[in-house]
Write a new protein. Structure first.
Length: 417
């Protein structure tokens, strides 16, 4: 098996407080550490980066589908698993993976140490299963790096003020990586995954999708919020707020991936960057409550409300993640509202910074859907996004047709920088 040499990221042009020359955070997703061979491969990549002179922090996800399996197991023993205990359970997936990678790196003759999220100093709030990082106490990582060790940190987890183990929500290892890159003043945060970067659509749904050389934080935030999955939304927010340079790239090939950057350095702006979709949301129709009562109550229950549409004076329609279903139902019942839920709709979003200055995107979108005889529902927009819901069975057809309409597969790839 060939191992791609690690090239160090070019130095940042932005000042970000104290920085340690040549620190790199490399995050590997579940597929990338899916079996022993892949774990050894990741270890070789970390060692190559260390040999190139960098101070190396590796963040790993749980192997393969471990997290899904652990969630399944929890539901076999309890109808409503206790969130604190669920976090104890889920955090083990990432611990297994990072200990194995550390062992493999040591086997290659390099000093390496694995740390749980709490050992790495990742302090969170106490919202189990979707905790937010509030502080990183990086002294132990710095000490290990000073001893020239490769430091492996278990992604997706931290510890609350009450010393309880917390997890950061699905895809949370991305956020661990960005938080560590911020705390360590790293030159770049490299997100190694099972696709070659951020594409113009999910490459599993649109084979003609094209890898983007660069996307702006603004676009990436919309893409992640719209379900692009390749980066957890919170990791993008964190990176933007702290000026972390993010590079999304393949674990399995050495070519450059996609840079997520603040200032848009592309010579040419694509009008539309990507079409993305999600089938992980439920849409609620509520009567008998008002927005000023409903949304604070949902926020108190930590429900991440997405689209909100007030259809008439007394009807509110909103969407929220499927995983927040129980909490949403609890709030609606408690308010005494009359409500119904649909889980048969998927959301399709068209995102592009160039939309601001190019009229006619909505017209082309809805003409395309009309030709497919697809009726969009609950349309919402932002300055750089048009989103709508369609039945699950129509989602992929809509994504593929819109990708073709806007000729996203054939655009000239414009290089970053
Ligand atoms: P990891 O385990 O490495 O964190 P994820 O499964 O969380 O990987 O995210 C990568 C997946 O995101 C890809 O396999 C791909 O199917 C999906 N994806 C959805 N939309 C996009 C997009 N626009 N560009 C790239 N990948 C996307
Ligand atoms: N293992 C967690 C998940 O599957 C976290 C991650 O992969 O980032 O969501
Ligand atoms: Mg992920």
């Amino acid at each position: 098996m060939t191992v791609s040499e690690h090239e160090l990221a070019p130095p940042s042009r932005r000042g970000r407080g104290p920085s340690h020359l040549g620190t790199v955070v490399m995050k590997f997703g579940g597929t990338s550490v899916g079996d022993p061979e892949r774990i050894k491969r990741v270890a070789r990549q970390l060692v190559a980066a260390r040999q190139a002179g960098a101070r190396v922090v590796g963040v790993v996800s749980a192997m393969g589908h471990t997290t899904d399996e652990l969630i399944g197991l929890a539901h076999e023993v309890a109808a409503h698993p206790d969130p604190r205990e669920l976090d104890m359970l889920l955090s083990t997936g990432e611990r297994i993976a990072c200990a194995l990678v550390a062992m493999a790196a040591r086997d290659l003759g390099h000093e390496a140490i694995s740390l749980t999220g709490s050992q790495a100093g990742i302090i969170t709030d106490s919202v189990h299963t979707k905790a937010k990082i509030v502080e990183v106490r990086a002294a132990r990582i710095h000490a290990a790096l000073d001893r020239e060790q490769i430091v492996l940190v278990a992604g997706f987890q931290g510890m609350s003020a009450t010393r309880d183990i917390t997890t950061l929500g699905r895809g949370g290892s991305d956020t661990t990586a960005v938080a560590l890159a911020t705390a360590l003043g790293a030159d770049a945060c490299e997100i190694y995954t099972d696709v070659a970067g951020v594409f113009t659509a999910d490459p599993r749904v649109v084979p003609a999708a094209r890898k983007l050389a660069a996307v702006t934080f603004e676009e990436m935030l919309e893409l992640a919020a719209a379900g692009a999955r390749v980066l957890q939304l919170r990791s993008v927010e964190f990176a933007r707020n702290h000026g972390v340079r993010l590079h999304v790239r393949s674990t399995f090939g050495g070519e450059p991936g996609t840079w997520v950057t603040e200032e848009d350095e592309r010579v040419e702006h694509a009008i539309i960057s990507a079409v993305t979709h999600t089938v992980e949301e439920a849409v609620y129709r509520v009567q008998g409550s008002t927005a000023d009562v409903l949304f604070p109550a949902l926020a108190d229950a930590h429900v991440n409300v997405d689209t909100i549409i007030q259809t008439s004076a007394d009807v509110i329609v909103f969407s929220a993640p499927l995983e927040d279903r129980g909490a949403t139902a609890g709030v609606l019942d408690e308010l005494g509202a009359s409500w119904s839920e649909r889980d048969d709709l998927g959301k399709v979003s068209i995102v592009g910074a160039g939309m601001k200055s190019h009229p006619g995107i909505a017209a082309r979108t809805f003409t395309t859907l009309h030709e497919l005889r697809i009726e969009p529902q609950f349309i919402s927009t932002s300055p750089i996004k048009i989103a709508f819901y369609v039945p699950h069975g129509e989602v992929e057809r809509a994504v593929q047709a819109l990708h073709a309409t806007f000729e996203l597969g054939t655009g000239t790839e414009v290089r970053h920088g």
